[in-house]
Write a protein that binds this ligand. Structure first.
Ligand code: GLN
Length: 192
């Protein structure tokens, strides 16, 4: 059966997420990947990606588009990257971001310092046989996690991959670079 994935399309690297999930689902006939801008778009989705971008901007647009409650109550899995990781947390060090409270964790924005805009690291991630080439761009880290949150990867600055039930969050950008192992891990975790 086909799978339907949405990508929150308010700001950020939406096109890259759509392309990556389309590739990850290429062998699943009838699957679709669609942009999400309004609550009605969430209705029949199996999962939703929340992209990287600027979490304070995305947070403002979530409010403007009446998406806060529908996203906070979303019943599918969420694949959150970078700014998306900030948004799915339940606490953040920046009052301009209203987090969705989907994963009990505290997140620090721009945790690598202002000088270090981006960095590529070979990262060991629990569940993957070989390291993942992780692209960090003005990335957050999780500094504390609540119960039920599984840490799948950490670096000296903090926690960079977590799973919480049907949701996964990444401080870096698995949608860049063409390695789709984390997309497949996420889909397998949902049983789809
Ligand atoms: N620094 C951004 C934020 O906190 C995230 C950067 C990104 O998504 N690449 O919103």
């Amino acid at each position: 059966m086909g799978v339907k994935i949405g990508v929150l399309a308010l700001q950020g690297d939406v096109a890259e997420h759509i392309t990556a999930f389309r590739e990850a689902l290429a062998d699943r006939p009838g699957s679709t990947v669609v942009p999400v801008r309004h609550a009605a778009d969430l209705g029949d989705l199996d999962a939703l990606a929340i992209p990287g971008g600027e979490s304070s901007t995305i947070s403002r647009l979530i409010g403007k588009n009446g998406l806060y409650e529908p996203l906070a109550g979303f019943e599918g899995g969420i694949f959150a990257t970078c700014a998306g990781m900030v948004l799915v947390a339940d606490r953040v060090d920046d009052p301009r971001v209203r987090t969705l409270g989907l994963i009990p964790m505290h997140v620090a924005r721009n945790a690598f310092g202002r000088q270090v805009d981006s960095r590529e690291t070979s990262l060991n991630i629990a569940g993957l046989a070989d390291p993942f080439r992780a692209v960090f761009i003005r990335a957050p880290v999780a500094t504390e996690i609540g119960s039920g949150v599984e840490v799948l990867a950490r670096i000296p600055e903090g926690i960079v991959v977590v799973r919480h039930g049907r949701h996964m969050a990444f401080a870096f950008h698995p949608e860049l670079g063409g390695d789709l192992r984390l997309h497949r891990t996420f889909l397998e975790g949902l049983g789809i």
